[in-house]
Ligand binder design. Structure first.
Ligand SMILES: *[C@@H]1O[C@H](CO)[C@@H](O)[C@H](O)[C@H]1NC(C)=O
Ligand SMILES: *[C@@H]1O[C@H](CO)[C@@H](O)[C@H](O)[C@H]1NC(C)=O
Ligand SMILES: *[C@@H]1O[C@H](CO)[C@@H](O)[C@H](O)[C@H]1NC(C)=O
Ligand SMILES: *[C@@H]1O[C@H](CO)[C@@H](O)[C@H](O)[C@H]1NC(C)=O
Ligand SMILES: *[C@@H]1O[C@H](CO)[C@@H](O)[C@H](O)[C@H]1NC(C)=O
Ligand SMILES: *[C@@H]1O[C@H](CO)[C@@H](O)[C@H](O)[C@H]1NC(C)=O
Length: 460
């Protein structure tokens, strides 16, 4: 038994409570669709476990939800959000194979100089955290991204362009601890596409043509009560795109210049987060050994992973607790990453077909609704007080099995169009992506030194 909350972004918030029952060996959820209510107030954090409150813990909120400290200027529809999600996915698919060319004729701080897609992707299903930068410390709200290496913020004097952000733009001249990273340093060699005088240039261009370009710098980063000296980040002098009003991005990839790698002495390259199920509630981001929770099921991070992503081995799917017949090479040929910034999980086409077909078999009593956005398995629940849906389970290597609650199974446009919240890749060799709808409410721990990703349910 349990109760779950199902997300609806922007204007409508659909509240769905549910109970679970078994029919022989098969498991189902009864989802209450009657309790429709507008949820545009921030409900705040769930009580957190006391053992986790000792280390710095950043609050995570949905950029588009009522807990956000930033006004939602974009007002995107669900279709727009999913269309941008597809752009991110295509950029990840491209980024795992190629880097683009370099135009030597243009001056510094132009996007044509960006040769590598260090972040490679940017989406709108974004979760944000607030950190302090500089001395004295200035609070800046950043998007967290496990698929990005370089952390960056917009930086005065904004030589070419800064988009409008909520907090004052970071001004290096007001910080006593700010310094530039020298062009000859090894840290610069790792990320840069070039130098301007002695300044190390960085640049990231995202799949939707958003970009940031500037100087690589270092300053004190504060995650109260912890202070990280000489943290390296991009000081963006030319920035534009669909960033909303955030000040920049916090890079949590396994690559060498990410926050995770730079703070390895302090946090041992271990972090965890819980993404809130509702855009009106609060999750957390935690670093160091306290990221580990009891009852965590751990799956190995496969060797030969390509930076900047965290790879994971999916091995199977269940519907109503019944394993689907999917050849294991369907998963291993494609490979898969787990990504905080992709909204909807993308499966290899054969795995998606098996999931969709089993789900449909269990849903024959309901009228199907037209396909929409990424989804082709949708239902019209008009007139029902509650509906019975099969449980959906995800298996990863080492016998790790996640039993999704209904908010990881259904994506609701409105009551007449509720869809299975998964999508298939078009090409069997395209990388699978484990997205954030299916991660919500789990404590997801990334333990890089032990080469493991762990999950524990009902963490926020
Ligand atoms: C850092 O480098 C930029 C670009 O060369 C320059 O404008 C700025 O004054 C430098 N800042 C410091 C503190 O050296
Ligand atoms: C920034 O991007 C928007 C579109 O996203 C465009 O209309 C605008 O001209 C750009 N501004 C600059 C200075 O490049
Ligand atoms: C795990 O994933 C890696 C990388 O995608 C792949 O090379 C390997 O074959 C997978 N292993 C298993 C057991 O599926
Ligand atoms: C639900 O789907 C599973 C997997 O395809 C199947 O084994 C089971 O018979 C279905 N149950 C019902 C009640 O349709
Ligand atoms: C589902 O709704 C029906 C009436 O439509 C009601 O009788 C039943 O108790 C409900 N079941 C649950 C589990 O809420
Ligand atoms: C896998 O986990 C299930 C329960 O989650 C357990 O019954 C089974 O014995 C485990 N298998 C192995 C090989 O550990």
């Amino acid at each position: 038994m349990g109760s779950g909350l199902l997300i609806l972004l922007q204007l409508y918030f659909l509240f769905v409570s549910f109970s679970t029952f078994a029919l022989g060996l098969q498991k189902f959820h009864v989802v209450d669709v009657h309790a429709l209510t507008s949820r545009n107030v921030c409900s705040g954090p769930k009580e957190v476990e006391s053992h986790m409150s000792v280390k710095p813990k950043l609050k995570i909120v949905d950029r588009h939800g009522p807990c956000s400290t930033l006004p939602d200027v974009e007002k995107l529809s669900l279709e727009q959000i999913l269309s941008k999600d597809q752009t991110r996915v295509e950029s990840i698919h491209r980024g795992t194979s190629a880097v683009s060319g370099k135009d030597k004729t243009s001056g510094p701080l132009t996007t044509s100089q960006i040769t590598a897609q260090y972040g490679g992707s940017y989406g709108v299903g974004n979760y944000i955290v607030s950190v302090g930068i500089g001395t004295p410390s200035k609070t800046l709200t950043l998007v967290l991204d496990t698929g990005s290496d370089v952390t960056w913020v917009q930086c005065e004097p904004c030589q070419k362009h800064c988009y409008v952000q909520q907090e004052p733009i970071f001004d290096p001249s007001q910080s006593s601890t700010f310094a530039n990273v020298s062009c000859s340093s090894t840290q610069c060699t790792g990320i840069s596409f070039g130098c301007s005088g002695s300044s190390c240039l960085y640049g990231v261009k995202y799949g939707d043509e958003s970009f940031t370009v500037g100087y690589y710098a270092e300053d004190t980063l504060t995650l109260t009560p912890d202070v990280i000296q000489n943290f390296r980040f991009g000081c963006g002098q030319n920035n534009n795109g669909t960033f909303g009003k955030v000040a920049g991005l916090l890079g949590l990839s396994p690559s060498s210049e990410s926050f995770v790698s730079q703070t390895s002495d302090k946090y041992q390259r271990v972090f965890s987060y819980c993404l809130p199920a509702l855009s009106s509630s609060i999750g957390y981001l935690n670093f160091g050994s306290s990221s580990n929770m009891p009852n965590t099921n751990r799956t190995p991070i496969p060797k030969h992973s390509n930076p900047p992503y965290y790879y994971i081995n999916m091995t199977g799917l269940t519907v109503a607790d019944q394993p689907l017949q999917i050849t294991s090479t369907v998963f291993s040929n494609a490979g898969m990453i787990i990504d905080s910034g992709t909204v909807i999980t993308r499966l290899p086409p054969d795995a998606y077909q098996a999931l969709s077909s089993a789900f449909r078999q269990n849903m024959t009593q309901y009228k199907m609704a037209p396909s929409i956005a990424l989804f082709d398995t949708c239902y019209d629940f008009t007139g029902y007080d509650n509906v019975t849906i099969p449980s959906v389970g995800i298996q990863f290597l080492n016998n790790v099995s996640l039993d999704l609650d209904p908010n990881g199974i259904l994506y609701v446009f409105d009551i007449s169009q509720v869809c299975l919240a998964f999508a298939g890749n078009s090409n069997p060799s395209d990388l699978g992506i484990y997205g954030n709808v299916q991660q919500r409410t789990f404590n997801v721990v990334y333990d890089v030194p032990n080469g493991e990703i762990g999950f524990s349910p009902e963490a926020c």
